[in-house]
Design a protein around this ligand. Sequence first.
Ligand code: SF4
Length: 337
Amino acid sequence: MVRAPSTNGSRFELFNLDLDPAFVLIKRSGAKVVGVQVPDGLKRMATKLARAIEEETGAEVIVSGDPCYGACDVDLDLCRASDLVIHIGHSEMLEGGPLTDKVVYVEARMRADVREAVERAAELLTTRKVGVVTTVQHVHRMEDIVGVLEKKGVEAVVRSGGERARYPGQVLGCNFEAARNMYVEEYLFVGTGQFHPLGVALATKKRVVAADPVTGDVSVVDALPMLKRRYGAIARAGDASQIAVLVSKKPGQQRMDLAREMVNLGREHGKKMLLVYLDRAEPDALVNLGVDAAVCTACPRIALDDQAKYQIPVLTPPEFEVLLGERKGDYLLDEIE
Ligand code: SF4
């Protein structure tokens, strides 16, 4: 077990990384060049990780300097330049390609004890049977979560999350199947940040209590402000005549068929549509295209989480269907299956 470097005041000390299986694979495969991909939040660990790999295996290490947003985001150029790629921080998602077969996933596990936050969150629950969901950083604490709830007299339901999620109860920013696969009226989300619990609320339309084991904060999720922002973006896109449909080059975000569907749908409604293939949806790139709005078929978080970065409205595919009058009823969260 290699511990994440501990540095004062940094968040690295929050994680454990087990590099031992990766060391074994590197040695067994005889890899001479090893690529390393690290998400931005852990990027400053890269130097120590590179050194640890070089010292342990004798392989040359190349660190990807590009951002890495998730397991979907495998650096294919780095795969071409390396014999093996160590992808840090996310759980395995992609299989079966000649390049992605080279990737070894090393998950980052948060050291935070979840029990206190779950105990406090249990006080906010209104039912005796709840769905439990979390992110990969806390899945190893699932037994603790379930144990605390049981002691409080609450039945915890944990379901598998489909093909993109590796562990029962695991949700991703683009996939909430683990939450939808059950009959409950309420959920407990354990983890950091606001996006995932909001996603659970939007995907299930049920009450969600969130427990953050790092800050200790517990809260009931309010999805209304997000919904208002999304319907605001749809309304602003109403006047757009030139619309880009964004398709990601990232292997786990690429939805070309869906993008073509959106292009055709837009054209049927008299819009000028432009299919755009890109690695990252940078705000300047969209401005330079001269479009009035965009439909993003890449990571759903680009539209939902990052809208403030863009000068033009960026819609998800279901939101674009609402704009065109092709979709009615409750808000549908964009997910990748
Ligand atoms: S598509 Fe987005 S939310 Fe899904 S794994 Fe990739 S970066 Fe995360």
